[in-house]
Design a binder for this molecule. Structure first.
Ligand SMILES: [Fe+2]
Ligand SMILES: [Fe+2]
Length: 294
């Protein structure tokens, strides 16, 4: 049995003070958006309560699917590292970046420097896709974070990453390995096109051809499950979680996370999902528990 928690989009508050010279390009609109709206949604105490509840469950591993930062200011990355270290060691915590981490081009460099140990494979390489094996579990990390123009929150995997991803899935498909794909943008989303993963159709074709056992994402800040087509008529669940720091005043789902218990062998996997989050009194409750697979 392997247990792990999935949380996403902590959008760490408060936003550190920005130098005027840093507020250029896309950061300007992001800064205004934070001051006008986002700072009233993303709450550090809420995030701390979610993390405390995760720790209480004592999972074997924790995965975080992006958006630690908000506008990728240099000063957002060291606190991001402190937060990751608070979750656990880089061996026990896996992170993939989101669009807010790579809000501007320098975000790639800052994230690599500060968070690289959490977003690299067992081979120590920081390129995407990366693969981490934990027993008969494979965690496959993708990056959809690319710098975009102001007002765009799109994601992009690109042909090189998708080709390598297909090869990783293909290599593992005949082995006794449960393949978990970590990606920030959802492969299926009802969000506006300017917030979507632009090459999702190609991703879905790769999944349909090579299969995967579970896809985990963030970005839309809501609980969601969509079933993608896998090979030979199988279905592959893509599961999203809300922002782990979202207060109840949010118009999307309040903070929550999912806990998974995986057992079994190839062709007979069992995957239990326990969804936990805030209720209307800001107490953490167990909302749902069901078998996702098996
Ligand atoms: Fe986000
Ligand atoms: Fe995002």
């Amino acid at each position: 049995m392997f247990t792990f928690a999935h949380l996403s989009d902590p959008h760490l508050a408060p936003l550190p003070a920005a130098r005027l010279s840093e507020l250029v390009g896309k950061r300007v609109t992001g800064y205004i958006n934070w001051q006008r709206k986002r700072r009233f949604v993303h709450d550090r105490d809420t995030l701390a309560a979610i993390v405390a509840d995760i720790k209480k469950q004592a999972p074997d591993h924790i995965v975080v699917t992006g958006d630690i930062a908000n506008i990728a200011l240099p000063a957002e990355f060291p606190p991001g590292r402190d937060w990751l270290e608070g979750l656990g060691s880089a061996r026990d915590v896996t992170f993939v970046p989101g669009n807010h981490d790579i809000y501007v081009r320098e975000g790639i460099k800052f994230a690599g420097r500060q968070w690289g140990a959490y977003m690299s494979g067992d081979d120590g390489l920081g390129s995407f896709p990366f693969v981490r094996r934990r027993g008969n579990i494979a965690l496959i990390g993708l990056s959809t974070g690319v710098p975009t123009a102001p007002f765009l929150a799109t994601g992009w995997l690109g042909t090189t990453q998708l080709a390598e991803f297909a090869a990783v899935l293909n290599q593992a498909k005949n082995e006794n390995i449960f393949r978990i794909v970590l990606i920030h943008h959802p492969p299926v989303s009802t969000a506006a096109r300017h917030k979507q993963l632009l090459d999702a159709p190609v991703l879905k074709r790769v999944i349909a051809e090579h299969g995967a056992d579970l896809i985990l994402h963030g970005h839309d800040h809501v609980h969601m499950i969509n079933w993608l087509d896998g090979p030979n008529g199988t279905g592959v669940p893509a599961v999203g979680v809300p922002s782990a720091s979202a207060k109840l005043c949010n118009d999307r789902d309040p903070a929550g996370y999912n806990l998974y218990r995986i057992d079994g062998t190839r062709g007979a996997w069992q995957c239990e999902l326990i969804s936990r989050g805030l209720d209307s009194s800001s107490e953490l409750i167990q909302q749902k528990r069901f078998m996702l697979l098996g």
